[in-house]
Ligand binder design. Sequence first.
Ligand code: AMP
Ligand code: ZN
Length: 430
Amino acid sequence: MWNSKLETLDRTSLEELQMRKLARALESAARTSYYSRVFADCGIEVAKIRSIRDIKELPFTTKNDLRLSYPDGMLAVPRGDVVRMHASSGTTGKSTVIFYTMKDVGDWADLVARCMAATGATREDVFQNMMGYGLFTGGLGLHYGAERLGCLVIPSAAGNTLRQIQLIRDFGTTIIHITPSYALHLGDEAAAQGIDPKRLAVKKAYLGAEPYSEATRDKIEAQWGLDAYNSYGLSEMNGPGVAFECVEKKGMHIWEDYYYIEVIDPDSGRLLSDGEQGELVITHLNREAMPMIRYRTRDLTAVIPEPCPCGRSHRRIERIKGRTDDMLFIGGVNVFPSQIETVLMNVPEVGNNYQIVLDRQENLDRMHIRVELYSKMFHRDLRELERLRSQLVKELQALIAVTPRIEILEPGSLPPSTGKAVRVIDNRKI
Ligand code: AMP
Ligand code: ZN
């Protein structure tokens, strides 16, 4: 373990540590123009918050609050102490900005090193980072952590598929950090060049930045002959390094000495128990530049109540099911894109790319799913294609209670994505 003392801290000591850190985080929040106003409006005296459970007296912070306090309404230190900024990808509106002091950058690197070590990574590993560098946190976040661990880091960034393959071969890359959609595409491209991804030295993949299904993980592991680990983070909480799978690969440990977590009912805000699905709310207990209290992530998950066999005391969260704001309402039925992905990726004839298109005709919602065939399965036997189409319709119908129209496409018909994939195109004018 990277820090076995902290990673195996007993729950009582962990809670005491959280309380000490929360008191500091609240003091620092009270120095920001945003939180000082919120605390005053709600009549909150931060000194009176005495136990970690009292945190529920504090109001939630939302993405919109961050936007409204743009650019520096949540800054708790003088501008001169800030050494870095990042911004969220802005897939759901105007992007938001996060600031870091030198200590924050160092703490973040340390957390990422902890995550990587939990997967068995060491200084002997060659780490190729295929995430976007720049304002997005996926590039620099993992980069600093991998250096801290002592790996050889190849900052290849997203895209340029042929060069990625070349680098993997020339430098014997053992770990890749990549979005799930790009991992599948890269594997296909390698195969198209006559290189079997399983024969490359890559032994681990860190997959994150977007929701994906267990079936997609299985597919990537089989295609590359590696172990894929789920990596979760969001820029509001630094970026990657918030929660990560250990070698058990059964849920992601969320580092509770840095993050205080709650799961709430997204509609009522009511606190849920471990094991119940809801929206993850996180308080950053450790950041100097930009405190973040009870931040509503909009990510849907549940805390896994059982302890992990690896011996870490920090609780695990389940794979993110989706976001409260990506749930689709189709003809009165709620559907998550991840449910559709699970069906598609379990069918061997289906390739790596798909798109969900929503339209409204004569006041009725219609779902149209465009799926690429797996290249090795591609043939023009119309009867076979028809059989596949009706199988997909039937399986989707059974799971999501919506009857989609399925369009089967040749491999490579849909645009591949190197960053976060855009899976849903909603043409309905609501
Ligand atoms: P950003 O702040 O732009 O990096 O986006 C963070 C968001 O990406 C999170 O709130 C999640 O919705 C999503 N995300 C990141 N990692 C994962 C993951 N492993 N599984 C599902 N969604 C993820
Ligand atoms: Zn574990």
